[in-house]
Design a protein around this ligand. Structure first.
Ligand code: ADP
Ligand code: MG
Ligand code: MG
Length: 249
């Protein structure tokens, strides 16, 4: 079955139509970009997929299972992971501790925020492995609140890696990242996708960032997906050009 199969998805909030007839089929293991002008409904779509918002029409299947009415926690247990536009890190904990908490939770242990004397328990080993995968090993002792924007996004990916979700939603991972850090973050995402074999959807405003990274791009416009194709075909699509160019924010 598809990793994600979204059919006729609609979402209204207070009489306003935010999502309308959204259809999307994502193959297992695909890396998908989601673009569209500000306000097109990209974050709302991720909220509907992850269960933060309930759709008013349509259905969402993940790996063949109907998740449309599942809670956020049930979807997370079913293998769905996501990041938010704003950071969800613990700023007063170190980089390593942020990943270790997720590793501990994934291993079924209880949370422990105590400083650990030996630093060689299974959760710490797993956390270090994930930090290594995103190239953050040398910053493990820094406070999460003190690192750069780009490093925060890498750290969020390391936290997700520790949970090993099968399907991952990244909402604007490049937002606010200094231009010199974008290439490194792209590499972290590529490595994350390669190492886990997960299905990954990422919102990004700039299609050039997606070229050479994603398999396909979904274009959102006024609450619908108006095109779903390879980045090259999307770039050449006149409908996309008239809808998207000039209105990106
Ligand atoms: P994008 O992520 O593509 O920038 P959003 O999904 O954040 O767009 O928003 C899509 C539209 O839905 C916007 O017009 C926004 O104002 C509206 N919207 C989003 N969330 C809510 C909400 N909780 N209540 C009312 N309107 C909302
Ligand atoms: Mg927005
Ligand atoms: Mg958004």
């Amino acid at each position: 079955p598809p990793a994600l199969q979204i059919s006729g998805l609609g979402l209204q909030i207070g009489g306003a139509t935010i999502l309308k007839d959204v259809d999307l089929d994502v193959a297992p293991g695909a890396l998908i970009g989601v673009i569209g002008p500000n306000g097109a409904g990209k974050t709302t779509l991720f909220n509907a997929i992850s269960g933060v918002l309930r759709p008013t029409a349509g259905s969402i299947f993940m790996d063949g299972d109907d998740i449309t009415r599942m809670s956020v926690a049930q979807r997370a247990r079913a293998g769905l992971g996501r990041t938010f536009q704003t950071s969800s890190l613990f700023p007063r904990l170190t980089v390593l501790e942020n990943v270790r908490i997720a590793a501990q939770a994934a291993m079924g242990g209880s949370y422990s925020l105590l400083r650990f004397p030996h630093r060689s328990d299974a959760a710490t080993v797993l956390a270090r492995e994930k930090l290594h995968a995103v190239g953050m090993t040398h910053k493990e002792s820094a406070l999460a609140g003190d690192i750069s924007h780009g490093d925060k996004r890498k750290l969020e990916i390391a936290v997700l890696l520790a949970i090993s979700p099968r399907t991952v939603l990244l909402d604007e991972p490049m937002a606010g990242v200094a231009s010199g850090d974008v290439a490194g973050l792209v590499e972290s995402i590529r490595e994350f996708h390669r190492a886990t074999g997960c299905t990954l959807l990422m919102v990004e405003h700039h299609i050039d960032v997606l070229m050479g990274l994603v398999d396909k791009v979904a274009v959102m416009y006024f609450g619908s997906i108006i095109a779903f194709d390879t980045p090259q075909q999307i770039m050449a699509n006149p409908l996309v050009q008239s809808a998207y160019l000039g209105s990106a924010a």
